[in-house]
Design a protein around this ligand. Structure first.
Ligand SMILES: [Ca+2]
Length: 414
C-alpha cells in the first residue's frame, strides 16, 4: 500500500470516525515507517467494504425502503443490480412458508433467487486479467439447490447441496478471465422447485484481481504456500470454499486445481492454524475434495515432494490424514498431534516420467468437528515443494565422505 493511498484512507476514516479515533490516527500519522501490514490489519474492515461490488451486501435500501418495512407490495428494485424473474430482498429473522427461518449470511439483508431468476451487474475489470468472485450462499428448502454464476462466456454451477458447516451458509469463490474491460456478473437459480418460496440466498459479493506469483528457483510448485488466492472477509471465520474448477486456465487459487466434485476450504491465519504465511487449504471433503497441480519436471530425475500437514485448530476430530500423489507415487500420511506445533513436514520421493508431473492431495477420512459433529473439516496442507532430491543427496554423501576422511585422518594422527 502506497503512502498516498494510505493517507487517503486515513483522511476518509477520520471524516467518518469519532474524535478519539481521529486523535489516535493523528498520533499514527506522526509516526514514520509504520509497517504496511499494521495499517492493512487496522483498516481491514474498511477495505472489506471497498472490495464488495456495488451493493454487494444488499444493505443499500431501495427507494421505497426494504420490503419488510415497505407499505406497497409491488416488485422490489435492488439498487445497483438488474433482476430477471422472482428476486426478493430478504431480511434476517424472516420465515418461509414452512416456518423455516431464512438465513442471512451477514448484515440484515440478502437476496433470494426464485425459479430461473437472476441478478446481474456490470463490473469494471482489466482485459486479460483473472479475477476471483467471492460470495456467500445458503440454500433454503430444497435439497438439490444450486447456483449458476457466470461472467459470459464463462459459467459455473455451484452445488449448494452439501452443507459444509452448521451455520447453514458458506462463502464460495469462482474465477474468470476478463475478455473485455467490462464484465457482466450474473447469479442465476437454475432450479425449478414446486415451492416458490425456495431458492438460494446470496450475499456479500466481492471481487478481487488475481495475481499469479512467479515460480521460485528452487521449487517447481506455483503458489506453493497458497498465499495468492480469492478475497476473504477478515471477520468471517468460515474460510472460503473452492468448488471444482471447470477451466484449468483460471483458478481462484492460481496454480492449483480443484478437480473433484466437492470443495476444499481456503483458510486464513486469523481464524485457523496455518503452517506457513497467512493462507492454506483445509481438505474438508474426504476423497471427493482433491487439489492438484501439474509441475514442470525433467524426465528421469529424482525429485522430492515435501509439504506441511497440519491441524487447523478448528476442533476437527482426529484422525487426520492425507493421501499425497506425485507422479506414479502415492503415500498416505497421518497427522501426529504435537503440543508444540500444529503441523509436521511430510515428503514423497519420485522419479519424473515426463516434463509435467501431477501432484495432488486428498483427505483420507471424512472428518467433522467435535463440537457440532456435522461441520466438515479435515487436514491442512501448506508449503508444498517439489525439488531435485538427487543433488542434495549427493551433497549429503559428500559431506559424510569428508567427515569419514577427517575421522580417519584424526585416527592416523593418534
Ligand atoms: Ca501458506
Amino acid at each position: 500500500m502506497g503512502w498516498s493511498r494510505t493517507h487517503t484512507v486515513l483522511t476518509r476514516f477520520k471524516l467518518g470516525g469519532t474524535s478519539l479515533t481521529a486523535l489516535i490516527w493523528e498520533i499514527f500519522l506522526t509516526v514514520k515507517h509504520i509497517p504496511a501490514h499494521v495499517l492493512y490489519l487496522s483498516f481491514s474492515n474498511y477495505l472489506d467494504v471497498n472490495r464488495l461490488v456495488a451493493n454487494g451486501d444488499f444493505e443499500t435500501p431501495p427507494s421505497g425502503g426494504f420490503p419488510s418495512e415497505a407499505i406497497s407490495d409491488g416488485p422490489t428494485e435492488i439498487p445497483s443490480w438488474s433482476t430477471n424473474g422472482t428476486v426478493k430482498l430478504v431480511s434476517a429473522g424472516e420465515k418461509v412458508s414452512g416456518g423455516m427461518l431464512l438465513i442471512v449470511p451477514r448484515g440484515k439483508h440478502a437476496v433470494r433467487l426464485g425459479n430461473d431468476a437472476e441478478i446481474s451487474q456490470e463490473v469494471t475489470v482489466e482485459k486479460g486479467s483473472a479475477y476471483a468472485v467471492t460470495f456467500s450462499a445458503a440454500r433454503t428448502c430444497a435439497q438439490m439447490e444450486s447456483l449458476n454464476v457466470s461472467v459470459p462466456p464463462a459459467s459455473q454451477t455451484v452445488d449448494l447441496q452439501t452443507l459444509y458447516n452448521v451455520q447453514g451458509w458458506d462463502p464460495y469463490t469462482i474465477s474468470f478471465e476478463a475478455e473485455e474491460d467490462k464484465a457482466r456478473l450474473v447469479f442465476r437459480n437454475p432450479g425449478m422447485e414446486d415451492d416458490p418460496e425456495c431458492g438460494p440466498i446470496i450475499d456479500d459479493i466481492a471481487i478481487k484481481k488475481l495475481i499469479t506469483p512467479d515460480k521460485p528457483k528452487d521449487n517447481a510448485v506455483v503458489n506453493s504456500g497458497f498465499e495468492f488466492g480469492p478475497w476473504m472477509f477478515q471477520n468471517v471465520s468460515l474460510g472460503v470454499l473452492l468448488p471444482t474448477n471447470l477451466d484449468e486456465e483460471t483458478s481462484p487459487l492460481p496454480g492449483w486445481m480443484v478437480e473433484s466434485n466437492r470443495a476444499v476450504r481456503y483458510i486464513d491465519s486469523n481464524h485457523y492454524a496455518v503452517p506457513e504465511g497467512k493462507r492454506a487449504v483445509e481438505l474438508v471433503s474426504g476423497k471427493e475434495g482433491i487439489i492438484s497441480q501439474m509441475v514442470e519436471t525433467t524426465p528421469n530425475k529424482l525429485y522430492s515432494l515435501t509439504f506441511s500437514l497440519g491441524h487447523a485448530r478448528d476442533k476437527c476430530k482426529e484422525p487426520l490424514a492425507v493421501m499425497a500423489f506425485a507422479g506414479d507415487q502415492a503415500q498416505n500420511f497421518h497427522y501426529t498431534p504435537d503440543s508444540n506445533s500444529t503441523f509436521q513436514v511430510a515428503s514423497v520421493n519420485f522419479t519424473a516420467k515426463a516434463e509435467r508431473t501431477r501432484i495432488a492431495f486428498y483427505s483420507v477420512y471424512y472428518n467433522t468437528r467435535t463440537d457440532d459433529m456435522s461441520s466438515l473439516c479435515g487436514p491442512v496442507v501448506d508449503d508444498v515443494r517439489v525439488w531435485f532430491s538427487g543433488s542434495s543427496r549427493t551433497k549429503v554423501q559428500t559431506l559424510l565422505g569428508l567427515g569419514l576422511a577427517f575421522s580417519a585422518y584424526l585416527l592416523v594422527l593418534v
